[in-house]
Write a protein that binds this ligand. Structure first.
Ligand SMILES: [Zn+2]
Length: 117
């Protein structure tokens, strides 16, 4: 029974490590997070139009240190980072870009991009 328990823990840790690795590779190759004057999303904070980029809370450095020193806090920290991941503005990182077709989005376009049709 103890054997099964530790096997499950090892399996969970492996799954998270593989997930983190896959996420890292995806981020290396992922296009996006670019500013684009004709994009369909606008940032209410700075008025940048573009494709939202993936923003993760916390830092990878802390994550690695926690993993090296203590497995359990590292695990919790990784889970927290995964759960805090959001799509944010490519310019300022604010996680609440809205579509330019929405009423609020249209107001923002007028406010920040007055020269555009
Ligand atoms: Zn912004």
């Amino acid at each position: 029974m103890e054997m099964v328990g530790s096997l499950i823990i090892v399996f969970i840790i492996m799954a998270i490590l593989i997930g983190a690795l896959a996420d890292f590779i995806k981020r290396l190759f992922k296009q996006g997070g670019a500013t684009d004057r004709n994009a369909s999303m606008i940032c209410p904070n700075c008025g940048t139009r573009g494709t939202p980029k993936s923003v993760t809370g916390g830092s990878m450095g802390i994550e690695i240190v926690l993993w090296l020193c203590f497995i359990v806090p590292g695990l919790i920290y990784s889970l927290w980072r995964l759960s805090s991941k959001k799509d944010g503005c490519p310019a300022c990182g604010m996680p609440n870009m809205i579509g330019v077709e929405t009423p609020n989005g249209r107001m923002l376009v007028e406010k920040f991009h007055q020269n555009q049709p």
